[in-house]
Design a protein around this ligand. Structure first.
Ligand SMILES: [Zn+2]
Length: 486
């Protein structure tokens, strides 16, 4: 994610979270709006005799009810019909997962919308809605540990935006019929039921049906659309696992520009009708990916591209393989979002406390770009920033709502200090080795600290404490390593 508005996203999300209270207390979050009363439909069975209820959260202290416990999702097959005329969405999503414990009941996360039916392995299941986004599902019989099971949810309604206004919100953005799902940390639950935690990555396939004349862009690779009865169906899929907040559906009147990278990787850039001025920057995508591959190693995914909007969301977001951009003023925003394909998307945070893994590194990619393309003197730039930057934000475990506060400004300054502390040779092996070590996985900031110590052969506790856990200007020994002292 990039932009001043990223701060607003975090603030808006926090405000929503604290206003609605903990799950299970009948609070009136968006999850309640479409399902008045406590409804349990679809099954009449007794409580299961074996197994227990999966947790209603995945264990992230910042967002305790995000995600769920008791299973590990393998794939999402999301199927929607969307009518831009009235903003109505019909959804039919199948989640395939493996139980990590014996389950009598488990949750998915879904915000708003009306659930019509739930089936587990083809049999009707009972369900209920609680809290902001909990969909509690009780299958006809318990699910054994290590069993793979599928959950089919049919639902409909008008997807919503979380937060007060378009700027800095997340969820479903709709504008004159066009619509896009985007937002960090929350967006997926606006349009499909999910285990909404970055810690549970899964493959993703979308089938989306819209009236003829409209088109749909999403993540990954597409198939040729098919038309029937005045509606056109688009299909997109990601073969590599993805965190839910990096998935999207974008309904619009897209102009698609297709090309290929030098290695054959297909590129799809989608331009909104009023986004023509972004095209000159979008066309630099192969050059930017070649530059980043030279720094971070091979591009991690099977497809590339971007979604270029005519109006702003208040942020850009690194959606997997195909980031979304507000009207683009230059290449650096593209450098940032594409750097996330390595730092954030292939290697994903375990918890939101680890967000510096994404944003500090993607922001530093912009410094690397300036160094290579503009001949910028980064040491000089660093010295200027040291006199300007606010040291008061923690870069690791900054607290819910503060995730995006220091990572764009203090973050790249800290990474440059790290580069001078360990030297270019070690720094280069960190940049290429880290994405390889955790490709298509999850990792934490402490994992990164250990990795840097391993690659550099240096004991860096003092350095990391001063820069990433501290809230003050680091002591001189950490502020001016490796010849940085003016
Ligand atoms: Zn970012």
């Amino acid at each position: 994610m990039t932009g001043l508005a990223a701060v607003l996203v975090a603030v808006a999300t926090l405000a929503t979270a604290s206003a609605s209270g903990p799950a299970g207390q009948g609070s009136t979050g968006p999850g309640q709006a479409a399902t008045p009363g406590a409804s349990t439909r679809g099954g009449q069975q007794e409580p299961a005799a074996a197994g227990r209820a999966g947790a209603d959260g995945a264990g992230d202290g910042y967002y305790p009810t995000d995600g769920n416990g008791g299973y590990d999702v393998a794939s999402y097959q999301v199927s929607i019909s969307y009518d831009p005329a009235d903003g109505h969405l019909d959804g039919d999503t199948t989640v395939t997962a493996r139980a990590t414990e014996a389950l009598s009941r488990f949750n998915l996360d879904l915000s708003g919308l009306t659930v019509r039916s739930v089936e587990v392995d083809g049999r009707p299941a009972a369900f209920d809605r609680t809290g902001r986004h909990e969909l509690m599902i009780t299958p006809a019989g318990p699910i054994g540990r290590d069993t793979t099971f599928s959950v089919r949810v049919r639902y409909d309604g008008k997807p919503t935006l979380f937060g007060e206004s378009g700027l800095g919100s997340g969820g479903w953005f709709a504008n004159s019929g066009a619509a896009i799902a985007a937002g960090e940390p929350h967006s997926a639950t606006a349009w499909y039921p999910a285990n909404d935690t970055p810690a549970d990555k899964a493959t993703f396939a979308l089938t989306a049906r819209v009236p003829d004349g409209w088109s749909v862009v999403s993540n990954g690779i597409d198939e040729a659309p098919t038309s029937s009865g005045g509606w056109t169906t688009f299909r997109w899929r990601l073969r590599d696992p993805v965190a839910t907040y990096l998935t999207t559906v974008a309904v619009g009147r897209w102009r698609l520009v297709r090309s290929r990278l030098a290695d054959g990787t297909p590129v799809v850039n989608a331009y909104a009708p009023s986004a023509d001025r972004s095209q000159e920057h979008g066309e630099r995508l192969p050059e930017i990916l070649q530059f980043l591959s030279g720094k971070f190693g091979p591009y991690p995914f099977e497809a590339a591209g971007g979604i270029f909007l005519g109006t702003g969301l208040g942020f850009a977001l690194e959606l997997q393989t195909r980031p979304v951009y507000p009207p683009v003023g230059g290449p650096e925003i593209i450098v940032h979002e594409l750097a996330h394909q390595w730092f954030g998307n292939s290697v994903t945070v375990r918890r939101w406390a680890d967000i510096c893994l994404n944003e500090c590194l993607a922001s530093y990619a912009q410094w690397l770009w300036r160094e290579a393309k503009d001949g910028a003197d980064l040491d000089q730039h660093y010295r200027e920033q040291v006199g300007r930057v606010d040291f008061g934000s923690r870069l690791y475990d900054m607290g819910a709502g503060n995730e995006f506060r220091g990572v764009y400004t203090k973050g790249p300054v800290a990474i440059h200090a790290l580069r001078r502390q360990i030297g270019d040779a070690a720094f280069d092996t960190v940049l290429t080795g880290w994405p390889r070590r955790h490709a298509n996985g999850n990792a934490s900031w402490p994992d990164f600290e250990s990795f840097v110590e391993e690659r550099s052969g240096q004991q860096l506790d003092g350095f990391f404490d001063a820069w990433f856990r501290g809230t003050q200007r680091p002591a001189d020994e950490y502020l001016w390593p490796g010849g940085l002292r003016p």
